[in-house]
Design a protein around this ligand. Structure first.
Ligand code: EPU
Length: 418
């Protein structure tokens, strides 16, 4: 069994370079299938989620070449095959293959996708989008058979601004006949990244990044080159690390606007932070003030930073309140933080954090990706040694996390233990 061992209390100084976005890459890689010729995607992080998608592309018959930070896909030899459940349930993003195979072949058979167990995470809005564009969906348990004689543009209203449903509807609409309008679309930067990629292939998408996206379908899409945006959740995670243990820690190669809510909240706490055009510099600051945070879709406070920021809230003097409005079950990190010495009460979708607390390392488990990130941050801050078990989820989302933290002064390593 692999464990992450952290000896906390070390000052973090120097520069962390942020990698390409996981949640953009995991949509761009399946989207490559829509082109009829070779596609190059740059700045793809080397994490197990992108590996899993490259494996699916390979299984479907595409030629996939991986070089450092880029992936080249020739989809011209692709076959429409059912993706085995053990491949698709490794991650949530496998369901982007539902959309691209439907768009390309008008028929797809696939299982319910995987992903972190942080809530029910149904896919009804994605299926609603497919149906509006002319598909019929047959559910056989957790397996879906989706067919369309013809895909036709339509007016789609999403009941909630779902990132996955927005991307999936867009991926099908680019090849449907006529115009599609997605209302109440999610506005996350990853959606803009996907729309730009598709437009580079020859699609006609406008409005990505707003709540109304318009797509005029085209007959074919050509190979192109695109670049993945910096990972805003990795950015936020390292900014929080800087606020906990930094001595002018520089977080570089970022788009500060994508983490604006986090920066504003940190300024409200009193964290010393300098914001540059593509970097921030952040230091541990004494006497932090408590704040209230509510997670929301972009540009609101990102749910994916909710668990990481909880560690910083344990260092504020007084009671902070954090409300999680996106997922029903995203507090699995809390009992472990309390084991380490935090004082956090869970009530429904809200936690009350009474600080400041001294944290001490102990054995904890990464129940999901961002819970794992939270515990890494707690381990960096805590006295003594923190051992994190079940580190798979962390490695799904953070490229070279051990090397990046070691380079700026942390004492962290992956150990093999029985
Ligand atoms: N929802 C539904 N029905 C749907 C779709 C979503 O009820 O058909 C609900 C979900 O259950 C959830 C909320 O709507 O409560 C938001 O879900 P959304 O579809 O926006 O999330 P997602 O596309 O499944 C992506 C990221 C998540 C991130 C969310 C929100 C990927 C692969 N995943 O998930 O990332 O939390 O958007 O920003 O892009 C992570 O990186 O740790 C992570 C979980």
């Amino acid at each position: 069994m692999k464990v992450l061992e952290i000896n906390g209390g070390k000052k973090l100084e120097g520069t962390v370079r942020i990698s390409g976005s996981k949640n953009a890459s995991v949509a761009l890689i399946p989207a490559a299938i829509l082109a009829d010729s070779e596609v190059t995607i740059c700045n793809v992080p080397e994490i197990t989620d992108t590996d899993a998608l490259a494996e699916i592309l390979d299984y479907l018959g595409a030629t996939v070449k991986r070089a450092s930070e880029s992936i080249v896909v020739d989809p011209s030899t692709i076959k429409n095959k059912e993706i085995p459940e053990e491949m698709s349930n490794k991650l949530r993003a496998s369901y982007y293959f539902m959309a691209v195979l439907l768009a390309k072949f008008k028929h797809v058979e696939m299982y319910f996708p995987g992903g972190c167990a942080i809530g029910a995470r149904p896919i009804d809005q994605t299926l609603k989008g497919f149906k509006a564009l002319g598909a019929t969906v047959n559910e056989e348990g957790n397996r879906y058979v989706i067919d369309a004689k013809k895909l036709t543009g339509a007016h789609v209203y999403l009941d909630m601004p779902s990132v996955g449903a927005t991307i999936n509807t867009m991926l099908v609409a680019v090849k449907a006949e006529g115009e599609t309008i997605i209302e109440n679309a999610a506005k996350e930067p990853e959606i803009v990244n996907v729309a730009t990629f598709l437009n580079n292939m020859g699609a006609q998408i406008t409005g990505a990044g707003t709540s109304e996206i318009r797509i005029i379908g085209v007959e074919s899409l050509e190979g192109c080159y695109t670049e993945v945006i910096p990972d805003r959740i990795e950015t936020g995670t390292y900014i929080i690390a800087g606020a906990l243990m930094g001595d002018h820690l520089k977080i570089d190669n970022i788009i500060p606007e994508h983490v604006e809510m986090l920066i504003l909240k940190m300024k409200e706490m009193g964290v010393e932070i300098e914001v540059g055009p593509d970097y921030v510099i952040v230091s541990k600051t004494a006497n932090l003030k408590p704040v209230q945070i509510k997670t929301q879709g972009y540009p609101g406070f990102a749910t994916d930073l909710q668990q990481p920021v909880t560690v910083l809230l344990t260092q504020c003097e007084g009671k902070s309140i954090l409300e999680e409005t996106v997922y029903e079950n995203r507090f699995k990190n809390v009992p472990y933080l309390n084991d380490m010495g935090a004082n956090i009460q869970i009530s429904g979708n809200r936690i009350d954090i009474e600080g400041a607390s001294n944290l001490t390392g102990c054995q904890v488990e990464a129940t999901d990706l961002r819970a794992g990130a939270c515990l890494v941050l707690a381990g960096l801050l805590a006295e003594e040694t923190t051992k994190i078990t079940n580190i798979g989820p962390v490695l799904r989302g953070y490229e070279n996390i051990v090397e990046k933290l070691t380079d700026v002064g942390a004492s962290i390593k992956i150990k093999e233990e029985n």
